[in-house]
Design a protein around this ligand. Structure first.
Ligand code: AP5
Ligand code: MG
Ligand code: ZN
Length: 227
């Protein structure tokens, strides 16, 4: 299974990608997590990405595309993958096609998780993440049993720097301008599966899996020029 997950900041891409990766037995590849990990290790990549992330802007395409190309070239990606947070603009969407063509494969579907701005802002403001293992919780919607402590590894939970109000506003603006056209890109290819992200976490997972099973993405596809 080769999927990309699309949707605004805070809609639940990471939450669903973790579950879908486990369900299909493929790696969950998040460019945002790769940047945050690089930053926590203070690598040149992490330090270079930081100023863009803190400002809610996209990290330059050459950096991001290079990172994804390298990651998709690793052996575990040959079984499939769930991409979360990439592609985020049309340049990245076309680059992904090239990368996959080079290794002789293609995407099965692009899943767009949809929710209103009020919902995503509430999800972002209550999000807490584990510093050690990266697990994601929500103070209200998915609370850890013990506040501030990760039940998986015991690590401390923290609030992401880019979840500050001003940065969230900029991330939403960048999403509307740069990433929404990517949804249309996949729709035109007949690969888009749109799901209602307003429902609870388990319901969203179930609806993605059943939409993929029904093969909506395949059936809706209209071959270029043949009809
Ligand atoms: P990235 O890390 O990708 O952030 P994002 O796209 O803004 O999305 P988030 O991770 O904030 O939200 P999510 O949809 O994953 O939601 P989550 O599952 O956590 O990118 C960060 C930055 O890195 C970018 O701004 C950019 O600078 C850079 N970057 C990354 N990729 C890039 C690229 N390709 N090109 C250039 N730059 C790039 O859920 C949110 C909260 O809601 C959680 O608390 C969760 O528990 C809760 N929740 C989830 N689902 C539900 C539900 N159904 N009901 C109730 N609560 C829910
Ligand atoms: Mg995420
Ligand atoms: Zn943890």
């Amino acid at each position: 299974m080769r999927l990309v997950l699309l949707g605004p900041p805070g809609v639940g891409k990471g939450t669903q990608a973790t579950r879908l990766g486990a369900h299909f037995g493929v790696p969950h590849i998040s460019t945002g997590e790769m940047f945050r990990e690089a930053l926590s290790q203070k690598t040149p990549l992490g330090l270079a990405a930081k100023k863009y992330m803190d400002a809610g802007k996209l990290v330059p395409d050459d950096v991001t595309i290079g990172l994804v190309r390298e990651r998709l070239g690793r052996p575990d990606s040959s079984r499939g993958f769930v991409l979360d947070g990439f592609p985020r603009n049309l340049v990245q969407a076309r680059a992904l096609e090239d990368v996959l063509r080079d290794v002789g494969t293609r995407l099965d579907a692009a899943v767009s998780i949809e929710a209103g701005e009020e919902t995503v802002v509430r999800r972002l403001s209550g999000r807490r993440q584990c510093r050690q293992c990266g697990a994601v919780y929500h103070v209200e919607f998915n609370p850890p049993p013990e506040p501030g402590k990760c039940p998986v590894c015991g690590g401390a939970l923290y609030q992401r720097d880019d979840d500050r109000e001003e940065t969230v506003r900029e991330r939403l603006r960048v999403y509307a301008v740069e990433t929404e056209p990517v949804i249309e890109f996949y729709r035109r290819k007949g690969m888009l599966v749109a799901v209602d992200g307003e429902r609870d976490i388990d319901e969203v997972t179930a609806s993605i899996i059943s939409a993929l099973k029904e093969g909506n993405a395949v059936e809706e596809s209209v071959p270029d020029g043949d009809m």
